[in-house]
Design a protein around this ligand. Structure first.
Ligand code: CU
Ligand code: ZN
Length: 197
């Protein structure tokens, strides 16, 4: 009985390997096998953090926390200081690349999954990373408390590993990117130390 079950299983397995080899080639097949042997339960990011540093000599810095509220929302909290009073564009940008802290341009444009126009956070059409504005008080401090339903900490809309930019001017929601002017603070959104489940 055992023998009769065992033989067909070997035949199936051999057929599967042949098919995969034909489709994917030996290199991919080896890489897949290696990844599979390390597979454990998929980690879920529940909290991320971005430490914002000044672009050039802007003097703007801060810390932002991104917390998964439920499967569909992310709460962004924290504080940005050193700003001129008033509104400042506040966006997730494409790249968590801080190689150019003189201009902040290494972070690329606004993060977008798909191809959308720039918009308000509440707009049906917006870039994924369009989080609108933060408002600095007379002391140049902006307290952040935003809940967003488009960005995520997991999956296709995940902002983990992307860049964060605070701008010199208000995002006026004009095209293509809101006319928010120079980049004054830059950071990378990373997994927070208590943020993996
Ligand atoms: Cu921006
Ligand atoms: Zn945008």
């Amino acid at each position: 009985m055992h023998r009769r079950l065992f033989l067909p299983a070997v035949a199936l397995s051999a057929a599967g390997l042949t098919a995969a080899g034909t489709l994917a080639g030996p290199t991919t097949q080896a890489a897949t096998a290696s990844a599979a042997s390390r597979t454990v339960a998929e980690p879920v990011v529940t909290k991320a953090v971005a430490v914002l540093m000044p672009v050039g000599d802007s003097g703007v810095s801060g810390t932002l926390y991104f917390e998964r509220v439920d499967d569909s929302k992310v709460k962004v909290t924290g504080e940005v200081k050193g700003l001129k009073p008033g509104e400042h564009g506040f966006h997730v940008h494409q790249f968590g690349d801080l190689t150019d802290t003189e201009t902040g341009k290494s972070a690329g444009g606004h993060m977008d999954v798909g191809e959308h126009k720039h918009g308000r956070p509440s707009d049906e059409e917006r870039h994924t990373g369009d989080l609108g504005n933060i408002t600095a008080n007379e002391d140049g401090v902006a307290k952040v408390n935003i809940t967003d339903e488009v960005i995520s900490l997991n999956g296709a809309h995940s902002v983990v590993g992307r860049g964060f930019i605070v701008h010199a001017d208000p995002d006026d929601f004009g095209q293509p990117t809101g006319n928010a002017g120079a980049r004054v603070a830059i950071g990378v959104i990373g997994v927070a130390q208590d943020g993996l489940k």
